[in-house]
Design a protein around this ligand. Sequence first.
Ligand code: P6P
Length: 340
Amino acid sequence: MVAEEIGTTLSQHIIKTQKNFPQASGRFTRIFNELATCGKIISSYVRRAGIIDIAGKRGTTNIQGEEQAKLDVIAHNIFVNRILETGLVAGVLSEESDDIIEAEEEYSRNANYIIATDPLDGSSNIDVNVSVGTVFSLLRRKSPTGERCSKDDFLQPGSKQIAAGYILYGSSTIFTYASGDGVFCFTLDPTVGEYLLSHSKLRIAEEGNIYSVNEGNRKFWDQGDQQLLDYFQGNHKDNDEPYTGRYIGSLVTDVHRNLLKGGIYLYPRTTKNGKKDHGKLRLLYEANPLAFIIEQAGGVATDGQRRILDIMPQDIHQRVPLYIGSKREVDLAGKFTKVS
Ligand code: P6P
């Protein structure tokens, strides 16, 4: 990072970046400022989860059939309400909601953006004080501005994203985003309430030495994935040098660490009771935004065979297998899974 960038706030950076796009109308800047505010509010809740009664499960399940943590719904409500009230976003797709949530008529007249989000990924980790994250994907709507938006607006390949990012609530709160000109990270300084630039045009190592996967699922994987794990563990004819295994069970945290240190995160498909699934992670609000960021950092993201950003979604909550990180390791995953 060059000297003059030190101390740059997220708002200053977005405004400076916007100057590079003469046609920019300031809408993008206003949306990003609201995303940043959502991150600050959610961060304040996450850091008090053990003190105020917002930890633990709320006794409901989401469309995914997953038990909802109280903070899942709090983060969902904060994100959806504040983003839609900007009047610039016509609809939000959230992991926590079956259908898309449209902006009120009064807000949607000039809204030509849509956002897909996982408001709080990895929330089951909150009760044990492990990092969690918000993931967001910004696209232009397909339908004409002023009309109601629909699920079909969201069925776009990830390559159409205008921007994508995540907010990691870890030892510090980090706002990471890409909008086509590289990856930027901003660390929240709670003493001043501002996000300050900490990484500029971040690049992921071409070759990594870390693999992140839930090895407990091994017996349910395809043969190729099992052989890939053998390779990473140094138990393969082509490799006897073990990689380092690091798995936090919080997607944003695992991907962020690999972005900084190099490596691969993988969540292969499984076959249970003779039924092959499509993986666990969701395409539109987990795989796509993270793939956009990783590619902007020089990395690769696939479903084993296809570039994540090329996949044409068929359903707004579609799941995909995910292999994401350093080019060498993800390319290797493609070779091993090809045989499956
Ligand atoms: P497992 C959290 O539920 C999540 O979506 C990701 O954050 C995480 O990487 C993955 O699932 C963990 O899944 O099956 O290993 O517990």
